[in-house]
Write a protein that binds this ligand. Structure first.
Ligand code: HEC
Ligand code: HEC
Ligand code: HEC
Ligand code: HEC
Ligand code: HEC
Ligand code: HEC
Length: 426
């Protein structure tokens, strides 16, 4: 009896939690409490056909999902053009493929589209949804070289060689970074040139969201003639210790942060990152980064829409810098200090609105206003910057044993201490 009651209570509890979750619109979680849900959509192949010289039709092809409860399976295709904040239903179809003609107008080239697909099975009056959406990033007019190639396997050859590879994972170049550079240096094979920080748009290029690793100033270009003044060193050779980290030297390459394949994270950031914490010791930190690259129009370039998880990436190496509220204020030591002994740090994860401030810098969260949170990428670029700087900063090593001063533009988004003024307006 008692057991039966507990069972009922448990179920009521699950039901109440289910209602709670559902009220936030995450309906499929409710059905995941049920015994049988249709399986997730596995791979999606993307084809792009020119609709006009400036527009494309996007064709999505996927493997059909068998019914799990003897019902009828159909597919919800949702679409976001704002970097993944708002998805709206673009189609409900009973089979693959589906072509997005954007109601006949075509999808404008150089405007990013994020689709998400899930299967649903209708049995009488009940609908069962597959547990997870399959997300597909599409960059018309180009095909994404990193994903969606179930039926387009020629692409493997750009990066892998079966018998005469030059590096582990059967890579076609001596290092993973060199593989990336075959397409991301210059604008021939991708719209992203990470060296110059260019993103191709209709009729020219725009500033890349990640900044520029090694740009030589070009008069009149999107960086106004400025050249890279600081960047993460990603040659897989130059060693450096991450300030605020464990003070262990390491090398960086593109695949330190990114995968060569879709990971479910924003920008194919790795699902986990391995960080040295001492001589011959490493820790592995899991990453779940939700964000999107929104394009306002064909000539506008991309702006990053950070939704969650970006700080964990930066924090994995610069551990002490992700300080909480109050960490930079006054107070009795050591309470307001953070990480390294004797160090006060600017708070991360707080909202400008908490101090009645407003900013033009990017924040992280779904409100898309000043109640969203300050993250590392609010003030810094991930790759490199062209900002001018003469600020001297004092860097304390992770173990607190060494103190050094440096003048560097430290990947900052704005010249000097411009990022501070953007919020505090002193
Ligand atoms: C744009 C470059 C690129 C393309 C195209 C590419 N890969 Fe990879 N692949 C990589 C890199 C880089 C790695 C090294 C591991 C990592 O960092 O993701 C890798 C790792 C792998 C791995 C081992 C790790 C894992 O994820 O299981 C397999 C298997 C693999 N690739 C298969 C393929 C196949 C099959 C194709 C074609 C359908 C393909 N790759 C296309 C870059 C690429
Ligand atoms: C064969 C050419 C090619 C190679 C090699 C290549 N890329 Fe790409 N990459 C592309 C294309 C094409 C896109 C899609 C955007 C576009 O150019 O339209 C892309 C997109 C990306 C994106 C954005 C993806 C997204 O979903 O927002 C990242 C990040 C990226 N590449 C990183 C890498 C890294 C890291 C490597 C090396 C492991 C690499 N690429 C190697 C061609 C390539
Ligand atoms: C320290 C981690 C890190 C390293 C190392 C790194 N990236 Fe990135 N990359 C990021 C992050 C984070 C973003 C997203 C930036 C944003 O939206 O603010 C990004 C964005 C990108 C993009 C999208 C275009 C852009 O500029 O935003 C491409 C392409 C890319 N990276 C390729 C590369 C390549 C190629 C390398 C090696 C030369 C590399 N990345 C090294 C973290 C890294
Ligand atoms: C895998 C480890 C790793 C990750 C992840 C990482 N960094 Fe770094 N970072 C380093 C190392 C090592 C250095 C010092 C050597 C160098 O500049 O490449 C560094 C240097 C820096 C610098 C100082 C550059 C200068 O000129 O003095 C800044 C600023 C920075 N990182 C910000 C970030 C931000 C923001 C992120 C998240 C997008 C991030 N880092 C992610 C390892 C990392
Ligand atoms: C509010 C703006 C802001 C935020 C948020 C921010 N930084 Fe910084 N960061 C700066 C400025 C400004 C500098 C330049 C040096 C200084 O003033 O101390 C800097 C310098 C750095 C440096 C170079 C070493 C040093 O201390 O001078 C690293 C590494 C760094 N930041 C990493 C991070 C990481 C990781 C995060 C997120 C946990 C982060 N920053 C968040 C503004 C910011
Ligand atoms: C995106 C907005 C933003 C930027 C950029 C920013 N701050 Fe702040 N700052 C805040 C917020 C919000 C707080 C309150 C933090 C807390 O909860 O502890 C704060 C707190 C402070 C404090 C502690 C005093 C107090 O009222 O608690 C100082 C000092 C400060 N900031 C200086 C700076 C400097 C210097 C920079 C540039 C490196 C900077 N801020 C950049 C938003 C910002």
């Amino acid at each position: 009896m008692a057991q039966g009651r507990r069972y009922i209570q448990q179920n009521i509890c699950i039901f109440v939690i289910g209602l709670f979750v559902a009220s936030f619109g995450v309906l499929w979680q409710v059905s995941s409490v049920q015994a049988v849900v249709p399986r997730d959509i596995a791979g999606v192949t993307v084809a792009i056909s020119a609709q006009s010289s400036t527009t494309s039709n996007i064709i999505l092809v996927w493997d059909l999902v068998p019914p799990a409860n003897g019902g009828t399976v159909s597919y919800d295709l949702e679409k976001s053009t704002d970097g993944g904040v708002v998805f709206s239903l673009a189609a409900n179809v009973s089979s693959s493929p589906w072509t997005d003609t954007n109601s006949g107008a075509g999808v404008s080239n150089y405007t990013n589209v994020i689709y998400r697909l899930r299967a649903k099975e209708t049995v009488g009056a009940t609908t069962y949804y597959s547990a997870n959406f399959k997300t597909v990033n599409v960059f018309p007019p180009d095909l994404n070289a990193h994903d969606n190639y179930q039926r387009n396997t020629d692409l493997c050859h750009y990066c892998h060689t079966a018998h005469t590879a030059q590096a582990p994972f059967l890579l076609s170049q001596a290092t993973a970074t060199a593989v990336c550079m075959t397409c991301h240096e210059g604008l021939t094979n991708s719209k992203y040139d990470v060296v110059n920080g260019y993103t191709k748009v209709s009729g020219g290029n725009a500033r890349s969201a990640g900044g520029a690793f090694a740009h030589n100033g070009v008069q009149g270009d999107v960086w106004n003639g400025a050249a890279t003044t600081s960047a993460h060193k990603v040659d897989e050779v130059t060693k450096g210790a991450a300030p605020g980290g464990a003070n262990v030297e390491q090398t960086l390459g593109c695949t330190t942060c990114h995968s060569g394949h879709d990971t479910g994270n924003y920008r194919m950031l790795n699902k986990s990152i391995t960080v040295p914490t001492g001589v011959n010791t490493v820790i592995t930190i899991n990453l779940a980064v939700q964000a999107g690259a929104a394009t306002a129009g064909a000539t506008s370039g991309e702006s990053s829409v950070y939704l969650s998880g970006t700080t964990v990436l930066c924090q994995s190496c610069h551990a002490d810098y992700a300080a909480g509220t109050g960490s930079g204020g006054s107070g009795t030591p050591p309470s307001p200090q953070y990480g390294t002994p004797g160090t006060y740090r600017h708070a991360i994860g707080v909202s400008p609105s908490s101090k009645s401030l407003a900013t033009t810098l990017p924040l992280e969260g779904t409100a898309r206003n000043n109640t969203d949170k300050i993250v590392c990428l609010t003030c810094h670029y991930a790759h490199g910057t062209v900002a001018a700087d003469s600020t001297v900063s004092t860097v304390v090593s992770g173990d607190g044993s060494t103190l050094k001063t440096q003048i560097s533009s430290t990947l900052k988004r704005l010249d000097g201490m411009g990022v501070c003024e953007d919020c505090h307006k002193k």
